[in-house]
Ligand binder design. Structure first.
Ligand SMILES: [Zn+2]
Length: 172
């Protein structure tokens, strides 16, 4: 199978992008406990070694660039209040903004010839059809006070169920 992202290189099963989605199928409230039943669905998007590296590198470049831009912005504020002045202020504001912006362009450029992870989250056909059915990204545990119960109560009506479980959420 060809890599879904570049459509050129043969995909490596170990490098696949795993996306987790969940859909709530049932929520019942009795007294103070809300019992939410949901289904989890794993989508493995085929990917090659090169695209995985590009994705990782792009994320790192983007994160570093944002950090530099943040420092630049912070320095600009400090300069405005005359906390820092002169050469240092110039370097921090100007150079960091310049490097930060070109870093973002670089992060974008890395993804040339491939689709981004974000693109897959919106446009992969399997993900798209799940989203249209009301599925959301994640494992279905928005609130960490919820406890995962045993996955014995499978919902028979959902044919595409990968795994199924139910959670309880105490309302205060
Ligand atoms: Zn690829």
């Amino acid at each position: 199978m060809k890599c879904w992202f570049c459509e050129v290189i043969e995909s490596d099963p170990k490098k696949a992008l795993n996306l987790k989605l969940y859909g709530e199928v049932d929520a019942t409230t009795s007294e103070s406990i809300t019992k939410v039943k949901y289904v989890l669905h794993n989508v493995d998007v085929s990917r090659c070694q090169l695209c995985k590296s590009k994705h990782r590198l792009s994320v790192i470049a983007f994160a570093l660039s944002c950090t530099l831009l943040f420092i630049s912005l912070l320095s600009a504020i400090l300069t405005a209040f005359s906390v820092i002045t002169g050469f240092i202020a110039g370097i921090l504001v100007g150079a960091f903004a310049g490097i930060g912006l070109s870093g973002i362009a670089y992060a974008h450029g890395i993804l040339k010839g491939t689709h981004s992870v974000n693109y897959a989250r919106k446009n992969h056909p399997e993900v798209k059809s799940l989203l249209e059915k009301g599925y959301k990204f994640g494992k279905g545990i928005k609130d960490h006070t919820r406890e995962i119960r045993s996955a014995q109560e499978n919902d028979q009506s959902i044919a595409t169920t990968a795994t199924s479980g139910s959670v309880e959420n105490k309302k205060s």
